[in-house]
Design a protein around this ligand. Structure first.
Ligand SMILES: [Zn+2]
Length: 300
């Protein structure tokens, strides 16, 4: 069930991506330099933010800022409802921004930024990370060139076009009757429990990946898969596909190479986890799709 009221952070961007404008290089150049345009700097994949009265917000700069700060690359993000163009640009040096604001980690910032801010910034984080690791043609090895407003790299030698990658990940909460299974990894903070997850492999349907991962990680056989929602997750460029799955029994066998442990929670406990009121354990914040999956099941 994919809903237009997607509850997940990084979705429902207020911007129109205006994909057809990406190939209009003269228009892009004009928009980058137009005073009313909004440009957000990035340094080492961290967005530029400013604090105003304890509220943190992206530090959008005016058109032309990319030149002033010597941008290495720019990315056209889209147009807002008033037709104002939004861009992100990447700089090689953060010292010149001293006193204006700071570059900060998006994962740490996430829960403090607004829904619109996250939806605007997420794509830039993913695309800049992709550029950083894909400077050379995967087909012939020649250095490739940025095209399409930052959304493609073209090889000048063999002419192959390279597009930013998206890695699909299934993320699921196995349920059995009135209980839900959450796992925990050794590296996580004490008490934290979350959904199971894994990358979808080539040739796999989503529900097949859900069944395989649930069996591998928890030794449980999936009987029924219910799609919940999806979330672009820019760390670095995953697409989380959220699922509730009913399993055959509650006799889990944890694969300790992936998980430290797993634990069944009653529906009442799931409600406590969502409210942050469980005595021993806690679940990820609303920023993460795992929270939304658990919340939906807890409310049923
Ligand atoms: Zn090539």
């Amino acid at each position: 069930m994919l809903k237009p009221d997607n509850p997940n952070a990084f979705t429902r961007s207020p911007l129109d991506r205006a994909g057809l404008k990406r190939r209009d290089t003269a228009w892009l150049e004009g928009a980058l330099n137009a005073g009313e345009s909004r440009l957000l700097p990035f340094y080492q994949h961290r967005p530029f933010v400013m604090d105003e009265g304890g509220v943190v917000a992206p530090g959008w700069l005016n058109g032309g800022a990319h030149k002033h700060f010597g941008a290495k690359k720019t990315l056209f993000l889209g147009l807002d409802a008033a037709g104002v163009a939004y861009f992100a640009f990447e700089v090689a040096d953060e010292a010149q921004f001293e006193g204006l604001g700071r570059f900060d980690d998006l994962r740490a910032l996430g829960p403090r930024l607004s829904r619109d801010d996250l939806a605007n910034i997420g794509p830039a984080k993913s695309v800049f990370e992709w550029h950083a690791k894909n400077g050379f043609c995967a087909n012939c090895g020649v250095e490739s060139l940025i095209a399409e407003g930052g959304w493609r790299r073209d090889c000048p030698s063999c002419k192959t076009e390279h597009y930013p990658r998206v890695d699909p990940v299934c993320i699921m909460v196995p349920t059995f009757g009135d209980k839900v299974l959450l796992g925990r990894q050794k590296a996580w903070p004490r008490g934290m429990h979350s959904a199971l997850a894994g990358f979808i492999e080539p040739g796999e349907a989503i529900e097949e990946a859900v069944a395989r991962e649930t069996l591998e990680e928890a030794g449980l056989v999936v009987r029924e898969v219910r799609m919940h929602s999806t979330q672009p997750w820019p760390f670095p460029h995953s697409l989380m596909i959220g699922v509730l799955c009913e399993v055959e029994n509650d006799r889990e066998t944890v694969d300790t190479t992936e998980l430290e442990s797993a634990r069944w929670f009653t529906r009442e406990e799931a409600r406590q986890l969502i409210a942050g009121k469980h005595a021993e354990c806690w679940a990820p914040p609303p920023f993460a799709i795992a929270h939304q999956l658990l919340k939906t099941w807890a409310a049923e």
